[in-house]
Design a protein. Structure first.
Length: 178
């Protein structure tokens, strides 16, 4: 499955063959990505990324989540996905990360907008949530730009590398907000 964003950008559903480029990107940007993403410290070898990809790709229908590679001119630049989807309550959460060299180009804002459109229209979900670490201004600007509502702060909601807890800003958007 491919979701076209524009003539340069697309979201491609995660495939088993994506593991190597994902791992290589994480491995080459550990310091940058690891500041806000706890999984980076746990991703030590290609097999770790392969295990993550296998979990996503091989999930049963009822447990499957939509995870996409973000491609710019057919080159891998990041990941975006829905997680913790609750079909009975028609809600989900979006998680994302982008390679450092592709920051500040509008790529993630466009990608989040596209996955929101997919979640509301194709999956018929009602609520989308995004959590951003307090202090991760680049990440929190995305839901702000896209009209998400800041609902509040989850105190010490995530443990970062080094056993440091960070507060999380909780943003949401409802289907009726559009």
């Amino acid at each position: 499955m491919i979701l076209e964003i524009d003539d340069q950008l697309q979201l491609k559903k995660l495939e088993k063959t994506d593991a190597e480029v994902i791992f290589r990107t994480i491995d080459n940007q550990r310091e940058y990505l690891g500041k806000w993403l706890p999984f980076v410290a746990l991703t030590k070898k290609l097999a770790d990324t392969q295990a993550f990809v296998d979990t996503v790709v091989k999930a049963s229908e009822e447990k499957s989540e939509y995870v996409f590679t973000i491609l710019k001119n057919s080159e891998f630049v990041g990941l975006i996905g829905l997680n913790g989807t609750d079909k009975s309550n028609q809600k989900t959460e979006i998680g994302y990360w982008l390679s450092e060299a592709y920051q500040k180009q509008g790529i993630m804002t466009k990608s989040v907008a596209k996955i929101c459109e997919f979640a509301f229209q194709e999956l018929q979900l009602n609520r989308i949530q995004i959590k951003c670490a307090v202090g991760n201004h680049s990440s929190s600007k995305i839901p702000q730009r896209l009209g998400f509502t800041l609902e509040g702060i989850q105190r010490q909601g995530e443990r970062l590398t080094g056993n440091v807890f960070t507060d999380l800003q909780i943003y949401s958007k409802l289907k009726s907000d559009d």
